[in-house]
Write a protein that binds this ligand. Structure first.
Ligand code: ADP
Ligand code: UVW
Ligand code: MG
Length: 408
């Protein structure tokens, strides 16, 4: 069975094609700068010595053009893995916000699409492009089952005391204002890998996903019990372009005293803040370079980024009443040794001791980077949201087959 996994962002599409159930990755890629002058596709097949990477710069006015270009690569004689789009059996879509409607993976139906659309205003950077990806994939891969895997689903196990806000009850009961949490696919994947590594299914873990968006989760017994993002993916950690936690009175000040419109506040906090607002760059590689060249702003931004993570580690260690491991993952978490070192510095009272040399090693495999004496393991586990999505698609298909055969 061929499962094509699509993660549509506002200006990018990440994808991966798997042969399942063997979990063989056939190819993967990234379409960037959709809608800008110099859109680009990086498409990769094979691994190790067999690895082949094709880069194309082309004009891609929208997501449809982007997915069509990817489809051509998928079926191309040089780097193709299929002959025809009809060979795709399942398209698994990452959908960021599933609200309370979706605690699990779902077949995409008109009703499911309507529900995803209702959630646009709660995840304005993500759900509209996820939706667009679904519509385009439905037109291209007409033979495939379309399945949605929600970022919020893994966090639906949070207890009410963790997900409720202390505002009048009706805002929850009538308007569904509560914390949902995001990056659930990644937190689920790396927490399962960590529990396996530790050979301890009931492990108490703090998973730290540091990509463009950043979030942390407290996980016990394989279940998310708290997470740093909230009602939308804006709360919690300092991110590439998002502020993370701020005092809400700043918003009233911006509107009432400084004349900002609600839209301008949203743009400010979602797109112009975080590391971008502090340094002029959102990519940690650029900020790291500036810091190494002596920039005070970049050094302060790094300090603030790590300090916020540290505070959440303290909070979640208390909530979990113990800690087996902290887990770093995603673009920054997997690659930026300085962030990991800053976060783990002066944490020995919690039993967290980083091995400086292991922290510097470059490797794609899951590993521990703590000292032998560290009471808490520090794990570095590459996330694989696409594989997790493909696995969840298989589970859904099997469950629905079992359900329909028991009905007959
Ligand atoms: N070698 C590296 N060193 C430091 N940061 C890196 C490195 N490679 C990638 N990153 C960071 O990872 C970020 C992207 O992470 P990723 O998990 O791919 O995010 P997303 O899925 O949200 O797009 C980049 O913006 C960059 O800051
Ligand atoms: C939910 C979220 O923040 O996703 P991303 O990191 O892909 O922006
Ligand atoms: Mg990501």
């Amino acid at each position: 069975m061929n499962i094509f996994v699509v993660n549509s962002g506002s200006s990018s599409i990440k994808y991966q094609l798997f042969r399942m159930p063997s979990e063989t990755p056939l190819c993967s890629g990234l379409v960037e700068r959709i809608g800008l002058d110099n859109a680009a596709i990086t498409h990769q097949t094979g691994t190790g010595e067999e690895e082949k990477v094709v880069k194309r710069t082309l004009s891609l006015p929208d997501h449809e053009a982007g997915l069509l270009a990817v489809t051509q690569l998928l079926a191309s004689p040089e780097v193709g893995m299929i002959q025809d789009p009809q060979e795709i059996d399942v398209v698994g879509h990452r959908v960021v916000h599933g609200g309370e409607a979706f605690a699990a993976t779902a077949f995409i139906t008109p009703a499911v699409k309507a529900e995803i659309k209702k959630l646009f205003s709660l995840a304005p950077l993500h759900n509209p492009s996820n939706y667009l990806g679904i519509e385009v994939a439905e037109r291209i891969f007409t033979n495939a089952r379309q399945i949605a895997v929600f970022d919020t689903a893994f966090h639906q196990t949070m207890p009410e005391k963790a997900f409720r806000y202390a505002i009048p009850n009706a805002f929850y009961t009538e308007q569904r204002i509560r914390a949902y949490g995001f990056h659930g696919t990644s937190h689920k994947y790396v927490s399962e890998q960590a529990a396996q590594y530790l050979q301890k299914p009931e492990a108490k873990l703090i998973t730290i996903h540091l990509g463009n968006g950043c979030s942390m989760a407290a996980v016990a017994n394989g279940r998310s019990i708290d997470t740093s993002m909230g009602f939308g993916p804006l709360a919690g950690l300092v991110m590439g372009t998002r502020s993370g936690d701020i005092d809400p009175s700043i918003i009233f000040h911006l509107i009432n005293q400084l004349g900002y419109s609600p839209e301008q506040v949203s743009t400010l906090l979602n797109k112009q803040s975080g590391m971008l607002g502090l340094t002029g760059h959102s990519d940690m590689r650029d900020i790291s370079q500036e810091m190494n060249e002596g920039s005070h702003e970049a050094a302060l931004a790094y300090d603030m980024y790590a300090y916020r993570i540290k505070k959440y580690i303290g909070a979640y260690a208390a909530v979990l009443n113990g800690l087996d491991a902290i887990v770093f993952t995603a673009g920054v978490g997997e690659n930026d040794a300085t962030v990991r070192a800053d976060v783990c510095q002066d944490m020995d009272f919690l039993g967290i001791q980083l091995d400086i040399e292991k922290n510097q090693e470059r490797s794609k495999r899951p590993r521990e980077i703590n000292t032998p004496g560290s009471r808490v393991k520090i794990l570095l586990i590459p996330t694989n949201e696409e594989l997790e999505i493909a696995q969840q698609c298989i589970t859904l298909l099997e469950d629905s087959r079992a359900a329909s055969s028991s009905e007959n």
